[in-house]
Design a protein around this ligand. Structure first.
Ligand code: AMP
Length: 281
């Protein structure tokens, strides 16, 4: 199996992409922070099926971590990641250093007002500025025609769609289904930090919001259904339920209009690990 070429600098990356574009190939990019799992690979496979050339970026973006401890503990597994990406296969892995992405004197920040403010935006101040800034830069660096993002991070997907629209970026954003473990837990690079007992309890997050969404569709009040979901999670050992909210799927504003697409989004702590999930309602 040929391993994808790993590039560290924007100049090298641009060299490859210019040649591909001159040959008329479309370019897909899959931005990640590494520690890859089936969720990431499903994005890469979709890009492989739809684009002539595929770049996966691996960059643990310091700007999007509001918690320095989380940044320090974030898993870094580049060799294993490269081996997984070789099975797709992707053409290039772009894995720049923090200095390559944010050289001395770097001073531009991208803020997407509105959709980035509630939920994750409120709980993790500065997080979406970091995401919006790095995604804008990755689009510029890769000159990609299509960018692939997971619905697992639903609010992030809305933020990226909004910045592409507002800044007229020539990129098509593709949102991909959440990939789950057999027991329903959404795959995440942070799941490996769960202890054995906590790992057994973690699927209660998805089960609880799924039951709440079913109850709401069956006519139960939003508030009651959400309260029951939070109680189930606490009973299963979640230390803290940060939020469970029913929102308009696009704006993420509160929504009691069942005729519009809505999304239930949740964040909670289990065994010192922050888990998020979301589903359509
Ligand atoms: P991350 O490495 O966590 O920043 O994630 C990189 C990309 O993979 C983001 O677009 C995520 O939404 C996506 N992703 C992460 N986990 C999953 C999953 N379980 N299913 C689908 N996409 C995912």
């Amino acid at each position: 199996m040929t391993m994808p070429v790993i590039l560290r600098t924007v100049a090298e990356l641009r060299g490859h992409v210019r040649a591909w574009k001159a040959a008329g190939q479309t370019v897909g990019v899959v931005p990640t922070m590494g520690a890859l799992h089936e969720g990431h690979l499903s994005l890469a496979r979709r890009a492989r099926a739809e684009c002539g050339r595929v770049i996966t970026t691996i960059f643990v973006n310091p700007k999007q971590f509001n918690n320095p401890e989380d940044l320090k503990k974030y898993p870094r597994t580049e060799e294993a990641d490269a081996a997984l990406l070789a099975t797709v296969p992707v053409d290039v892995i772009f894995a720049p250093s923090p200095e390559e992405v944010y050289p001395e004197g770097y001073s531009t920040n991208v803020t997407v007002a509105g959709v980035s403010e509630p939920l994750e935006g409120k709980m993790r101040p500065g997080h979406f500025d970091g995401v919006a800034t790095v995604v804008t830069k990755l689009f510029g660096m890769t000159m990609a025609d299509r960018g692939y993002f997971g619905q697992k991070d639903w609010q992030q997907l809305q933020v990226v769609q909004k910045l592409v629209l507002d800044l007229n970026l020539p990129v098509q954003v593709v949102g991909c289904e959440t990939i789950r473990e057999a027991d329903g837990l959404a795959m995440s690079s942070r799941n490996i930090r769960l202890g054995e007992a906590a790992r057994q309890q973690a699927p209660v997050l998805y089960a609880a919001i799924t039951a709440a969404a079913d109850d709401i569709r069956a006519g139960q009040s939003d508030r009651m259904a959400i309260r029951e979901a939070a109680e189930k999670m606490r009973a299963a050992g979640f230390e803290r339920v940060e939020y469970i909210e029913l929102r308009d799927a696009g704006t993420l504003l509160p929504s009691d209009d069942p005729t519009r697409p809505r999304r239930m989004l949740a964040a909670a702590w289990l065994d010192g690990v922050r888990l998020i999930d979301n589903i359509p309602v």
